[in-house]
Each structure stands twice: as structure tokens, then as C-alpha cells.
Write a protein that binds this ligand. Structure first.
Ligand code: KG4
Ligand code: ZN
Length: 331
């Protein structure tokens, strides 16, 4: 099967071709325009998608060496995400599918992330646990079978990536903050400051980052301007230590509670070196299988959308051309 995947839910304009059981191309145009604002500006994101969508799709087809007429279907993200951003990729996909008489399927963005470990390899086999950690989402998902999911825990406030981005802003680091903290933390002492780990009494698999974020803010306020500069790496390392340890602890608890032997990471924060290191060690000590995608498939991409689309299209599932963007779509 040859599937064109399109992803425009936030600030990445992405297209990929899945052809004959391999990833044939994976094009991602990141919108740098948002960096100067320290966050994604929705209006600018949709305008940039409008400009980029055609060249990005053309390049994906060209690199894959696949003509539109040779496709078996088109898959596009329809939610959750920014309404104006989703609209561009979804309408583009529907228009091309309609004009070429191709089957079309709308893909849930989070379900796309669940498929991200199955793009380059066979990946985890259901049932398995997935930790989705991005700028907009933090969820522990039980994948009972493909298409059948249960959310075991989620964030009560900020998403993990959002917490990294906000703390990076406090430390006057560049946007997006996750990679900047990851890099700076390598020069700092993770035990320098004891930050709270956001334990919750009721659902132990839920997450909360607001306490940790506020603790970093108060700590920074307690320092002199000079200390803020000299202790920056220590604060970054100590924040990362707390943020990552919570993720590790909850994954371990969920694996035990559900009696599962496979853990799959997905989303931008899954690029974090310290998180990967800690979970790798845990998987060796406790004997579970750990999956994480290469960084280019952790952050938003269309390869995972094409892969999820392939699952649905080969099972005969298509979407109506009346499908509209659903910004708050739940899994
Ligand atoms: O999955 P993604 O590209 O977009 C969303 O769907 O949100 O994730 C972006 C998030 C940002 O918050 C970014 O700061 C974070 O992932 N991130 C990281 C790292 N690389 C990206 N967080 C921690 N460590 C990293 N190395
Ligand atoms: Zn995402």
C-alpha cells in the first residue's frame, strides 16, 4: 500500500509517504517564526501552513518516487490541535483525495504518536503501555489493541513539554525550552536543588507540573542576578531531575498495576537524554521492553500519521469528506 500522510496540527508542516511497508519519505518544515515569540502563535502557524503545504507534499512524493496516481490513500490529522492549523492539512488532504478519487482517512494526532514506534520497526505489540509526552499532552495510555485505548493517567495542569518550555523561559533560554534544558542540564548538578515531584493522592497515575514550575520560579526569585547566571545549569539539571523522575516512577507503577512488559515513549519530550537514560537502566534492571522512536519521529511528523492511516485504510476504514477539524478531540 502507498499512503500519503499529512500533519499540520500545530507548528510543523509535515508530509510523508508510506510505500510497500517502509517509510519512503518524511518531510518536516518547522516554522521558525514562532521562536521569537517564545511560543506558537496560532494565526502565524496557519498562515505558514498555507505557504508550506504544497511544496512539502510535493517534496514528500518526489523523494519517495511516488506519483499521486499511484497512491492507495491519503491520511491527515483531524485533531486535536490548533483549529486554523488542522484546517489547512485536513482540507488539502480531502481536496487531493477527492480530485484523485482516492480513499481518505482522518487520523487522531495522539493515535499517530502511538504508532510512531511502529514506523521503522515492528514496534511494540498490544497490549502495551505508552507514555505520550509533548508540548500539548502528557498521558499514560494502555494500548489494548490498535484502535482500543484506555487513558490510565494524564496531566491535571501543564503538559510535560509545556513545563520544560516555561522553566526554560524563567532561565532565559531559547524556545523550544526542552532541548535547551536538556543541553544545559549536562553541565549542572541534578542534586543541587530539591524540587517537589508533584505527587498526587487520588489517581497516582495522573501528573501535575504546576507545583514544580512554581518552585523553580520562587527559587529563581530568591537568587541574586549574579547567582541566577552562575547557578543556571544547576537549576536546569535539578528541574529536569524532578520532571523526569516523575515520568519514570509513573511508568513503573503503571507497568506493575497493569502487568505489562512493554513501554513505548512518544512525543517531543521523549527526546530527553536523561529520561531515555533512566528508563533504559530501569528496563535492564526490571526486565521490560523499552521502545522509543528516533528524535525526528518523537516530535510532530507525518510518518506516524501515514503509518496510522495505513492501519485504518488496509482494514477498510475511511472517513467522510465532511470530516472537520476537531481541536479538542479526546482519545
Ligand atoms: O511532540 P512535539 O513536537 O509537539 C507537540 O505535539 O507538542 O513536542 C514539543 C515539546 C516541546 O515542549 C519541547 O520543549 C519538548 O517537546 N522537547 C523536549 C526535548 N525536545 C523537545 N523536552 C525535553 N527534552 C528534550 N530533549
Ligand atoms: Zn504531537
Amino acid at each position: 500500500m502507498k499512503i500519503l500522510g499529512i500533519e499540520t496540527s500545530c507548528d510543523e508542516t509535515a508530509a510523508a509517504v508510506w510505500a510497500d511497508n517502509t517509510l519512503a519519505s518524511n518531510i518536516i518544515a518547522s516554522q521558525e517564526i514562532h521562536n521569537i515569540y517564545g511560543g506558537v502563535v496560532p494565526e502565524l502557524a496557519s498562515r505558514a501552513h498555507m505557504k508550506l503545504i504544497l511544496p512539502v507534499v510535493e517534496r514528500a512524493l518526489q523523494e519517495a518516487g511516488v506519483k499521486l496516481a499511484a497512491l492507495d490513500g491519503i491520511a491527515a490529522t483531524y485533531g486535536p490541535g490548533l483549529a486554523g492549523s488542522l484546517l489547512v492539512g485536513l482540507n488539502f488532504a480531502k481536496a487531493v483525495a477527492m480530485a484523485c478519487g482516492l480513499p481518505f482517512v482522518g487520523v487522531h494526532h495522539i493515535e499517530g504518536h502511538l504508532f510512531s514506534n511502529s514506523v521503522l520497526h515492528a514496534g511494540p505489540q498490544p497490549p502495551f503501555l505508552s507514555l505520550i509526552i509533548s508540548g500539548g499532552h502528557t498521558q499514560l495510555v494502555l494500548v489494548k489493541s490498535w484502535g482500543e485505548y484506555e487513558i490510565l493517567g494524564k496531566t491535571r495542569d501543564d503538559a510535560a513539554g509545556e513545563a520544560f518550555d516555561k522553566v526554560a523561559k524563567m532561565l532565559e533560554l531559547s524556545y523550544p525550552g526542552g532541548p535547551a534544558i536538556d543541553k544545559l542540564a549536562r553541565q549542572g548538578n541534578p542534586a543541587a536543588v530539591k524540587f517537589p515531584k508533584g505527587r498526587l493522592k487520588d489517581n497516582k497515575l495522573d501528573f501535575s507540573y504546576s507545583g514544580l514550575k512554581t518552585a523553580v520560579l520562587y527559587h529563581m526569585k530568591s537568587l541574586t542576578p549574579e547567582q541566577r547566571e552562575t547557578q543556571k545549569a544547576d537549576v536546569a539539571a535539578s528541574f529536569q531531575e524532578a520532571a523526569v523522575q516523575v515520568l519514570v516512577d509513573k511508568c513503573m507503577l503503571a507497568l506493575k498495576m497493569q502487568g505489562l512488559g512493554q513501554l513505548a515513549l512518544a512525543g517531543g519530550v521523549a527526546c530527553n537524554a536523561q529520561l531515555r537514560h533512566k528508563l533504559k537502566k530501569k528496563s535492564e534492571d526490571e526486565g521490560f521492553e523499552l521502545f522509543f522512536p528516533p528524535p525526528v519521529l518523537c516530535t510532530d511528523n507525518a510518518a506516524m500519521i501515514a503509518r496510522a492511516g495505513k492501519f485504518y485504510l488496509e482494514n477498510g476504514v475511511t472517513s467522510d469528506f465532511g470530516l472537520s477539524p476537531q481541536p479538542s478531540l479526546k482519545l
